[in-house]
Write a new protein. Structure first.
Length: 310
């Protein structure tokens, strides 16, 4: 069965992911339906050659979708297996990453062909509620500080490992030895959580503007626990952040946390461990803040973790 293309509906400044098929339960009048069928005006803008698949979580009972974009030569090379880039916050990150990957390769390949998989929010929830719960390792303390539930990162990690990765690798020609996880903000925090609890779940980790401040910097405790029990960290890690993500004099500067300093501290600690199998790089992007840095960070990430092979 051919799946509907992913559609982007632009409104109030946001990109909203939706299926291009009509899902309304009420029938239109015949004349209205006929006009809609013959006129292309006003239809949703659909991302061509994309797919939407339901991958529910049987443990929590929540329904999630994954968005999939296959490389251009996928059908022409039936024996070839591809790296897979999984990206959190798919509602905005999936279409941006997809177009960046196409754009930077227009004059010849600078990155490998890869399958792009977007990890969407739970159906029926707003993005803030879904990501606050699923991308954080511990609850807020005290709980009264947070209006939304936090601390479901372990459960979501188990869902990714038990449901999403097997689904993608059964249905598509995915190389299980070349998985990449890209997360921004809370998504970067989730990536760090997985890195320090199950590092071989992915080959490469992109930790974008990671929220290492969360939970009184609980992620540093997780890093220390991992280091105490392990002598190696077999992973490639690339971190990026905007130069304005630190307190400063302009409105674009961060108001509370020195995220630039926290990323630097994480890098210093990891380098001090002298893990023989860890590849670690980072970049601070000038004139970027927490909201503007994503496109530039995505571009640097693709070039860093999926470069064309010599």
């Amino acid at each position: 069965m051919k799946m509907p293309a992913l559609a982007l509906v632009v409104g109030t400044g946001f990109l909203i992911a939706a299926c291009a098929e009509e899902t309304g339960s009420q029938a239109r009048p015949a004349a209205d339906a006929g006009a809609a069928a013959t006129s292309p005006e006003g239809r949703p803008y659909a991302l061509k050659d994309t797919q939407v698949w339901s991958v529910p979580d049987p443990v929590s009972g929540r329904d999630y979708e994954v968005f999939v974009s296959l490389p251009a030569g996928y059908e022409a090379e039936p024996q070839r297996r591809y790296p897979v880039l999984y990206v959190t916050d798919a509602d905005y990150a999936f279409p941006i990453l997809r177009q960046i990957a196409r754009r930077i390769n227009l004059d010849g390949p600078v990155t490998q062909d890869f399958i792009l998989v977007g990890l969407s929010y739970a159906k029926g929830e707003g993005g803030a509620a879904s990501r606050s719960r699923d991308y954080t390792p511990v609850p807020c303390h005290p709980a009264s500080r947070c209006a939304l539930a936090h601390g479901g990162g372990d459960a979501y990690q188990a869902y990714l490992k038990g449901e999403v990765l097997p689904f993608i690798e059964r249905r598509f020609r995915a190389n299980p030895d070349a998985r990449v996880l890209l997360g921004h903000s809370y998504g970067g925090l989730l990536g760090a959580q997985i890195l320090f609890t199950d590092p071989t779940m992915f080959r490469s980790y992109v930790l974008g503007s990671p929220s290492f401040w969360f939970g009184q910097r609980h992620i540093m405790t997780m890093e220390a626990d991992y280091a105490q029990a392990n002598k190696d960290l077999p992973a490639e890690v690339f971190m990026y952040i905007g130069a304005f993500e630190t307190p400063g004099p302009t409105p674009r500067h961060a108001s509370r946390y020195d995220m630039v300093g926290q990323m630097a501290a994480m890098e210093q600690v990891l380098k001090s461990r002298n893990y023989p199998s860890l590849s670690l790089r980072s970049t601070v992007l000038a004139d970027e803040d927490h909201l503007t840095v994503a496109p530039a960070g995505f571009t640097r990430a693709l070039l860093a973790v999926l470069p064309t092979k010599p």
